[in-house]
Design a binder for this molecule. Structure first.
Ligand code: GLN
Length: 329
């Protein structure tokens, strides 16, 4: 657990970064889902929640945004818990695709490359409560998020859902492409599966709530605040491994190299980063870089890793010139 003193110092540094980057206008808001481009591009929030539930937020942390691709790790975790690892990976690979998140491509076996891109997340949806009705399937996803977030208010943005559904040619194409390759489990209803995916992407929260979810991942799948288990540690381990290698679109390799932490971004401009056994960090700023990642969020993470020993392999450096946030035993 991080000491109070170090947590205070960390939060003060987050405030400095926030002040420093606030007026930066680089990047462009996503527009391929028409409803997404209506947001105020200047919003900027940073939130953190430790594995023992201490929280800090700065900026527009009450502003709500859609999860978009940030829901993908949760869809994968739900599919894993229900179907087991080997069944899930009969239908989804575990390799980075090196391509755009919605590229019309499958791996050599005719399967989506991994669960963190659109095709893989659509496949995860096909394995979530497949025998239940659409309402129960959606509620099942909401309940998991709600529990990870210590019952904070998670909502659904119907306008984004409709906007996405109306303009989802690529996701329909991916669905048909996978069906043509017989990638789905037998008797999958493609339209219900796609609808569930669009709905999951349209779930809305704010950075404060997202940081709590990230902290629950950092806390091995038990809620960081109330300690109730939501996912098994094994599920979370698998999920974090793929967030590490595939969570940041076709910037994932560079991200793993320079930031060294599992993370997931979404085209709404949010991102969450998991520092296992320590904390979850969520950042929201809708202007995106050319990969579709929030421009400011990447900048925040670069600055954090410069100062703190949180990169997965920083332990090799024995914390030289960096602050160690982990307790020294
Ligand atoms: N709903 C978006 C889509 O399917 C999610 C993509 C994203 O956030 N990268 O295109």
């Amino acid at each position: 657990m991080i000491s109070d003193e170090k947590f205070q110092e960390f939060c003060a540094y987050l405030s400095d970064i926030h002040a420093n980057l606030k007026s930066d206008q680089q990047g462009k808001v996503a527009s391929y889902i028409p409803e997404l481009k209506k947001v105020d591009p200047n919003q900027f929030a940073i939130s953190v929640c430790t594995v023992d539930g201490r929280k800090f937020s700065i900026g527009d942390y009450k502003s709500r945004f859609c999860m978009q691709s940030m829901v993908k790790p949760v869809l994968y975790a739900l599919a894993l818990e229900e179907n087991g690892l080997s069944h899930v990976h009969k239908h989804i690979g575990r390799e980075p695709s090196g391509k755009n998140f919605n590229e019309l491509t499958l791996n050599d076996e005719g399967l989506p490359h991994n669960p963190m891109i659109n095709a893989g997340a659509i496949m995860s949806c096909s394995m979530i409560k497949r025998k239940s009705n659409p309402a129960d399937r959606f509620n099942h996803i909401m309940q998991a998020l709600y529990k990870l977030a210590d019952s904070q208010k998670i909502t659904f943005n119907n306008a984004v859902y409709n906007s996405e559904k109306e303009t989802a040619d690529r996701n329909y194409a991916l669905g048909y492409f996978m069906r043509e390759h017989q990638a789905f489990p037998k008797n999958t209803d493609l339209h219900r599966t796609l609808n569930l995916y669009f709905q999951a992407c349209s779930i809305e929260l704010n950075s404060e709530i997202l940081a709590t979810i990230a902290a629950s991942f950092a806390n091995s799948g038990s809620c960081a605040v109330n300690k109730q288990e939501v996912f098994k540690p094994e599920t979370v381990k698998n999920c974090l491994s793929l967030m590490y290698s595939c969570g940041m679109y076709d910037y994932s390799g560079e991200w793993a190299f320079s930031i060294g932490l599992p993370a997931k971004s979404g085209v709404s401009g949010g991102i969450y980063v998991v520092v296992p056994d320590l904390m979850g960090i969520a950042i929201y700023s809708p202007r995106l870089d050319k990969h579709g990642n929030s421009f400011k969020a990447i900048e925040v993470c670069k600055r954090l890793v410069e100062r703190y020993s949180i990169h997965n392999y920083d332990s090799i450096l024995r914390c030289q010139n960096k602050i160690n946030l982990f307790p020294v035993s």
